[in-house]
Structures are given as structure tokens and as C-alpha cells.
Design a protein around this ligand. Structure first.
Ligand code: AMP
Length: 174
């Protein structure tokens, strides 16, 4: 079995979670396996080595699991993008459309600054809406979003199309 096949085998499909019709990609078996965890973090960082990334931004909540490890690999700092109402200090926010309704993502307004190079991290890219909104926040702060790296891409949702002008990578595609 190749390393990529091994990672694939550590993603558990949970049908009808959190609602009917959604197949949830559960990454906890991968996290529990020392080889899979190390390989996943290394592969998420690899395409962005040598590009001078200053800050890795982890997207709530599973971007917080992989983000710091990727940041250490890239010798970058780590910042967070959270759901509305969670951050204690001054924030910038972006509201974006979901299939039904809207969602809002926020960052402290000093998370990144002019001239900084940014990489976004999350476990799964589905529609790409959350990552696109996070990229907008970093851009509003004057930073340059060079790319976005995910463990899993749900290819049938074409989320990559919503992330223009940046390099988008995923270790596994379903
Ligand atoms: P998106 O539609 O790309 O904005 O997805 C937003 C968030 O939902 C991401 O942070 C993902 O972690 C999560 N997500 C969406 N679909 C799934 C899924 N099928 N399994 C696990 N997480 C998902």
C-alpha cells in the first residue's frame, strides 16, 4: 500500500452527519496513527516550502489541528480564523453563503499585515466558501494569500474554483 493509500484508509466516512445526505469525512483515525499524522502534515506543507510563507492561518476548527504543525514545517507563524463571536478582541468579519443561509468568519484585525505571505489550512475543502472568505479577510489586512492547503478535497463540489489567484493543494481527493 502506498503512503497516500494508507492516508486514504485512515479517513472514516460517516453517512448522514451532521445532517441527512452529508457524508462526513472523519479524520480522527488518521490523527490517532503516528505515521499517518506525520505524513499528512508533511505533505500539506511540502508544496509551499521555499515560498517565504510568513503566517499560516488555520480555519476553525480542524484547521487548528494541522495548522501549527504545517507552520513549524514552513518556519512560519500561526494565526486563527474563527466562527462569529468567539474572538475576544477587535475583529474583521466576512459573511458568505451556505447552501441554506449564511455563515460568518472572523479574525483579529492584527493577525496578519501588509506585505506578509499567507497560507490557509483546513482539513476539508467542500464548497470552498469558508476558505474564500478567510482569504478575503487576510487580503483586507494587506497580506498576500499565496495558497491554501487541505488534507481532503471533495472534488465533486469544485471548491477550488472559488479560490482564485492562489495555489490550491489537497493531499487526498474523494
Ligand atoms: P466549505 O464548504 O468548503 O466552506 O466547508 C467548510 C467547512 O466544513 C470546512 O472547514 C470543512 O472542515 C467542513 N466540511 C464540509 N464538508 C465536510 C465533510 N463532508 N466532511 C467533513 N468536513 C466537512
Amino acid at each position: 500500500m502506498s503512503s497516500i493509500q494508507y492516508l486514504h484508509s485512515k479517513i472514516r466516512d460517516v453517512p448522514d452527519f451532521p445532517k441527512p445526505g452529508i457524508v462526513f469525512k472523519d479524520i480522527t483515525p488518521l490523527l490517532q496513527d503516528r505515521d499517518a499524522l506525520r505524513f499528512a502534515c508533511t505533505r500539506m506543507a511540502e508544496p509551499f516550502k521555499g515560498l517565504g510563507i510568513d503566517v499560516v492561518i488555520g480555519i476553525e476548527s480542524r484547521g487548528f489541528i494541522f495548522g501549527p504543525s504545517v507552520a513549524l514545517e514552513l518556519e512560519a507563524g500561526f494565526g486563527i480564523a474563527r466562527k462569529a463571536g468567539k474572538l475576544p478582541w477587535d475583529t474583521l468579519s466576512e459573511t458568505y453563503d451556505l447552501e441554506y443561509g449564511t455563515a460568518t468568519i472572523e479574525m483579529h484585525r492584527d493577525t496578519v499585515g501588509p506585505g506578509q505571505k499567507i497560507l490557509l489550512i483546513d482539513d476539508v475543502i467542500a464548497t470552498g466558501g469558508t476558505a474564500a472568505a478567510t482569504a478575503k479577510l487576510a487580503t483586507r489586512m494587506g497580506a498576500e494569500v499565496l495558497g491554501a492547503s487541505f488534507l481532503v478535497e471533495l472534488g465533486f463540489l469544485n471548491g477550488k474554483n472559488r479560490l482564485d489567484n492562489m495555489r490550491v493543494e489537497a493531499v487526498l481527493e474523494f
